[in-house]
Structure formats: structure tokens, C-alpha cells
Ligand binder design. Structure first.
Ligand code: GLU
Length: 404
């Protein structure tokens, strides 16, 4: 058993780690669970859940505060099915899949209307994005979704994402918004995923099933690796309003960690929790292995994906990529080799065939053959308005600095 001093030391450590994560934080994904934006109404045994618009107003204020620090916020919000049930008076009823999908369709627009209204009072604009696992498995659509979110953030708009429940059937369902939020965090290359739920974090034992006279379970401040033991600890749970339980949260954290993104699990019912997080306090459970893994996505592009082709670039492009930290534009491409599609990994080589970078390409071989060497204005003329300025966007590019 851990001593009190041991715990204090561990909390001090996790505070340092949190400060470090916060100091470099530019983009955060916040998952808002249904339970966090709902209120229980009615008597015991007959209680129902309704959207609590005051909670949405509260989160609008919190997001505004984060945005003021210059950080970008992407929200993943649940609640569509819960709201739809309420609108149709189907509380507590067992629903078939089409009925649930109908509830999602009704609830989603109502939910977004509430976000729209409350965020507007803080001078914030919001946008809805509905995703299914199909959109994310397909590299082209994955990158499309990514570029849309990037464009919204550039306009200072808060993207609010949910699963496209009303049209997705079971086989292509992501299923729960914990998993969706982890996928989104990886998609937008966030510096942190925050999961707001109705629990304080991960406990050393299930806090809801405490045998009489046993000591209270301890909150675990930091998990540096999601082991089988941790997964077992998360067990199975879930309530009337939430889909996932602790296990989906732990698995979401495991996913982001493997991409080099920390996940913080905190209690969204606590009004001051986000401010305490921003102050670096050791609230909730932080899932993070520490330094050095932040570039895992880069690692994934460089070492996990197989390069389908090669782009030979001119010395000007080499300089812009290596020294200027720029994206690769069509003008710098001299030659195209191999057969690849939009979203595939390709090698970028100089005229001496030295690989200087690797990245995810925005054009197929055929399209790139047509536009290589052209200026942006010429590309627009040839391809029309529906073109990408970059052959490989900087965010999708890894430079092999040592090899140049
Ligand atoms: N997408 C579902 C909804 O908005 C919620 C899924 C979840 O809570 O994990 O109703």
C-alpha cells in the first residue's frame, strides 16, 4: 500500500508533468459526456434525463476562457440520443436500432441549437461535424475531415463533433464517444484529450461497489501505461444515460497514448475542474507515459506506413522543407515515381535520390503528373477551385534531418 508521503510525491510528479503538457499545449479536444450536460427530473423510479442548457452555458464560458489563452478547442459532445428520447417521451423504453437512430436525428439538431445559442452569448461560433467509422477508416475521407476541422479552427470556429448515429448501422459504428474523441484527438493531432465524465477519474477499486468497512478506494493521479491490470480495473460499467463506461475511457486513453497524446479523465460535474486543470493541479487521472513520445504520429508516418512512391524535388524545395519548415508545393516537384492515391505515404527525395522526408500526399500519381512544377495559380486554373495548395501539408510531413 502507498504511504501518504508516497502519494504526495506522486502528485507533485504528476503536477510537473501536467505543467509540461500545458506549457506546450496549442490544441485540445474535450469530450463532453451525456451525463455532464443532462439533469435528472421526476421522482425516484420514474426519473428522466433532460438536456441542461445551463451546463452548456457553463461550458461555453469555459471554452471561451481556454480560447482566450490562444489555444484551439475541438469538442466531442454526446447527448443526441438522450435528448431525442426526451423529446419523444421515450424515457427508459427499450428502443430498436431505427428508433434510436430517429432519437439521434431529433436530438442532434436540438443539441446543436443549444450549443449554438449558448456559445453565441460568449461570442463563439460553432460548427457541427458528424462522423462514422467509415469516414475515418478511409484515408481520403479521414484527411478530408481533418482539413475541414483545420479550416474551421483557422476561422476561430469551435467544431462540435458527434457520431453520425442516425445513419450508421452497427457494423460501421464507432459505438461510443470516448473512442470517437480519441480518434478525433489523433485526427487533429491534439496536444491533449480531456474526457469530462461523471467520475473523478480512475480509482484503485470500483468506487461504486465498496464493501462495508473497507477503506475508500484511491484516485490514481497518473497512469503511464495501460496494462492488462489497468484494463481489468476499469471493468465494465455504464449508466442509463451513458454508452461507454470506464473501460471505453481507458481504451481511449490507450489509443491516444500510442499516438503520443496524453488523455486526462476528470469529473465534468465539478464547475471549477477545467480551471484547475489549466492551473496545472493534479485533478483526475492523467494517462501519459512522459516525455519523448510526443512525435509518435510522425513516427507512424515515417516508419509504420509503407511509402507507395517517390517524389523527386528541386533544391529550392529541399531548402524550404528542411530549413524553412514549409509544406511541399507542386512547384518544387520535378518527378513522380510509383503508384499512389490521395492520403498514401510517399518518400520525398532530392535529385541525388537521398530521402529527405516522408509524408502523406494530397494527390494521386496521375494528378500529380499533371501539376508537378506548376505554380499555385496554374494549378488552380488546371484543377479548378477544388484543389490542395500543398502536395504534402507540413503537418503530414516528417523530415529526416540527419540524412540531409
Ligand atoms: N453518440 C451518442 C449520442 O450523442 C452518444 C454516445 C456516447 O455517449 O458515448 O447520443
Amino acid at each position: 500500500m502507498r504511504s501518504g508521503r508516497g502519494r504526495l510525491l506522486k502528485e507533485a510528479m504528476t503536477e510537473d508533468v501536467r505543467q509540461e503538457i500545458l506549457s506546450g499545449l496549442k490544441r485540445v479536444v474535450i469530450k463532453i459526456g451525456s451525463s455532464v450536460i443532462s439533469k435528472k427530473e421526476g421522482e425516484k423510479g420514474k426519473s428522466v434525463y433532460r438536456l441542461d442548457e445551463e451546463r452548456i452555458r457553463h461550458f461555453a464560458r469555459q471554452v471561451k476562457k481556454i480560447a482566450r489563452t490562444g489555444r484551439e478547442v475541438v469538442l466531442v459532445s454526446s447527448g443526441a440520443i438522450m435528448v431525442g428520447r426526451g423529446r419523444l417521451g421515450l424515457d427508459g423504453a427499450h428502443l430498436s436500432i431505427p428508433e434510436k437512430q430517429a432519437c439521434a436525428a431529433i436530438g442532434q439538431s436540438y443539441l446543436m441549437h443549444a450549443y449554438e445559442k449558448k456559445f453565441k452569448t460568449q461570442g463563439l461560433k460553432v460548427a457541427q461535424i458528424l462522423l462514422s467509422s467509415d469516414d475515418l477508416a478511409n484515408r481520403r475521407r479521414y484527411l478530408n475531415a481533418k482539413h475541414t476541422i483545420e479550416a474551421l479552427l483557422e476561422y476561430g470556429v469551435i467544431p462540435i463533433i458527434n457520431e453520425n448515429d442516425s445513419v450508421t448501422v452497427d457494423e460501421i459504428k464507432i459505438g461510443d464517444n470516448d473512442t470517437l474523441s480519441a480518434t478525433v484527438a489523433c485526427l487533429v493531432d491534439a496536444g491533449l484529450l480531456v474526457i469530462l465524465s461523471d467520475v473523478e477519474g480512475l480509482f484503485s477499486r470500483d468506487p461504486t461497489r465498496r464493501p462495508k468497512n473497507s477503506p475508500p478506494p484511491e484516485l490514481i493521479p497518473q497512469v503511464s501505461r495501460v496494462t492488462a491490470e489497468i484494463e481489468k480495473l476499469a471493468g465494465k460499467s455504464g449508466s442509463q444515460v451513458t454508452v461507454g463506461g470506464m473501460i471505453t475511457k481507458v481504451l481511449a486513453a490507450k489509443k491516444t497514448m500510442s499516438f503520443g497524446i496524453p488523455t486526462l479523465l476528470i469529473n465534468g460535474h465539478d464547475d471549477s475542474v477545467l480551471e484547475r486543470v489549466a492551473a496545472g493541479e493534479a485533478v483526475g487521472t492523467l494517462f501519459w507515459s512522459g516525455r519523448g513520445r510526443i512525435r509518435d504520429r510522425q513516427h507512424w508516418i515515417a516508419h509504420t506506413l509503407k511509402a507507395r512512391g517517390r517524389l523527386v524535388v528541386d533544391p529550392g524545395a529541399v531548402k524550404a522543407l528542411v530549413e524553412g519548415g514549409k509544406s511541399l508545393l507542386p512547384a518544387g516537384v520535378l518527378g513522380v515515381e510509383g503508384v499512389f492515391e490521395f492520403g498514401n505515404a510517399v518518400s520525398v527525395v532530392d535529385e541525388a535520390s537521398r530521402e529527405i522526408a516522408r509524408g502523406l500526399v494530397n494527390y494521386s500519381t496521375g494528378d500529380l503528373e499533371r501539376i508537378k512544377g506548376l505554380k499555385t495559380s496554374e494549378v488552380r486554373k488546371l484543377v479548378g477551385d477544388n484543389y490542395y495548395e500543398e502536395v504534402i501539408h507540413r503537418d503530414d510531413l516528417v523530415i529526416f534531418e540527419n540524412e540531409v
